[in-house]
Design a protein around this ligand. Structure first.
Ligand code: PMM
Length: 296
């Protein structure tokens, strides 16, 4: 087995309303500063997003999303940071790639705006296609998986349909990463079932990205005896355990809020698994973002 660590994708939500960091990096200067801090902490990609996808969120107008995302992508790219753009819109993907982004992270896998696939194909960027059923105002109504095989079979089948659409738009297989979409039209139980079934998702033939950081299934796991979920700011220890387990499982990437905590968990995993210090594995960030493509 190749000795490599997962790519760490640091979350930079330039939004007023994301579930755990909404409003914290809502202006260009503070967003850039936070992106640079994550780069210094060893992140491989900074994932810049201008639309909150929290359950119930209302979509920003296109112009608003462009104004949030593009200047931040531009300034981080100029500073040498590897940037991905978290968007469902073709226009935003195109503008972000023109500003220097090298990966398009589309939580809808091309369902929200199929023209995004043409942008990805034409610009030869890498592409993360996440499992998704509907926009945030409606997605939790669609969290039912009653057919045989339950959530795992349905997510695999629906992702396979996306792969077919992505291929026919001309995106080569070695640019594609799949993501089970934890929390998107999924209950906590669905998320755990998917995390237990990564083999089946991997059988689709693509590297996997997992975004579990601070999500509500960790809050409900750690709920107090009266049922109050653990707050978003206090889910990091549980997430670090998951980071080490997912690294051991060989996922391609982890989308995270706390880069330092993630790097620490990966250092423990590397030392134990390979008897190697933190800085010696392929993929290790050396204070500069590595931004490794899925094909590598
Ligand atoms: N989750 C969120 C946003 N973008 N992208 C991918 N590929 N996978 C995810 O799980 C994912 C995502 C929502 O979380 P946030 O509000 O913390 O960004």
């Amino acid at each position: 087995m190749a000795r490599r660590r997962p790519q760490v994708m640091g979350i930079l939500n330039v939004t007023p309303d994301s579930f755990s960091d909404g409003g914290r990096w809502a202006d260009v200067d503070s967003a850039v500063e936070h992106g640079l801090l994550m780069a210094a902490e060893g992140v491989d990609w900074v994932d810049v997003g201008g639309e909150s996808t929290r359950p119930g969120a209302v979509r920003p107008p296109l112009e608003e999303e462009l104004a949030r995302v593009v200047p931040v992508v531009e300034r981080l790219t100029e500073a040498g940071v590897a940037v991905s753009v978290d968007t469902m819109r073709a226009e935003v993907a195109r503008a972000a790639v023109d500003a220097g982004a090298r990966l398009v992270n589309d939580v809808s896998g091309g369902l929200a705006d199929p023209r995004i696939l043409e942008v990805v194909a034409a610009t030869e960027t890498s592409y993360v296609a996440m499992h998704w059923r509907a926009h945030s105002d409606r997605m939790q109504q669609l969290a039912s998986y009653d057919d045989q095989g339950g959530v795992v079979a349905a997510v695999c089948a629906e992702l396979a349909e996306r792969v077919a659409a992505i291929r026919s738009a001309g995106v080569p297989d070695d640019r594609l990463v799949l993501d089970p979409g934890l929390g998107f039209a999924k209950t906590a139980e669905h998320n755990w079932q998917l995390l237990r079934a990564l083999d089946e998702l991997e059988a689709l033939g693509f590297p996997l990205l997992v975004g579990a950081s601070r999500k509500s299934f960790l809050g409900s796991l750690l709920a107090s005896p009266d049922g109050t979920p653990r707050s978003t700011s206090d889910r990091e220890h549980a997430h670090s355990a998951l980071v080490a387990l997912l690294a051991d499982r060989g996922v391609w990437g982890l989308r995270v809020h706390d880069v330092r905590a993630t790097s620490d968990a990966l250092a423990v995993w590397q030392r134990l698994r390979y008897d190697l210090p933190a800085d010696s594995l392929e993929g290790h960030a050396t204070g500069r973002t590595t931004g490794q493509e899925p094909s590598r």
